[in-house]
Design a protein around this ligand. Structure first.
Ligand SMILES: [Zn+2]
Length: 89
């Protein structure tokens, strides 16, 4: 089941369907993820709790593909930053 979620999340990131919306000064970040049926909002709170507004997450409290997509997106950005840092050294 988790592999299915990861696969979907990877696809969302590859298709540029994850967009950062707001980064609050307290470290909280809001993202928009374009799902297959509708747009979802994923919020990373300042205490690192992640919530999504989709039914799956709201009813089960489990990590959904949108949340995973945001994590993958951030991991990718982080990789990119590391590479740029290495180049400038
Ligand atoms: Zn979701």
């Amino acid at each position: 089941m988790i592999t299915k979620l990861i696969k979907k999340a990877k696809r969302l990131v590859e298709e540029n369907r994850v967009k950062p919306v707001v980064i609050h000064s307290n470290g909280a970040m809001l993202f928009e993820v374009e799902g297959d049926t509708k747009l979802h909002e994923v919020l990373i709170k300042s205490d690192n709790t992640i919530v999504c507004d989709c039914d799956y997450h709201l009813t089960t409290g489990r990590v959904c593909s949108h949340i995973l997509a945001v994590i993958l997106f951030l991991a990718k950005e982080h990789d990119h930053e590391n590479k740029t840092e290495q180049k400038s050294e």
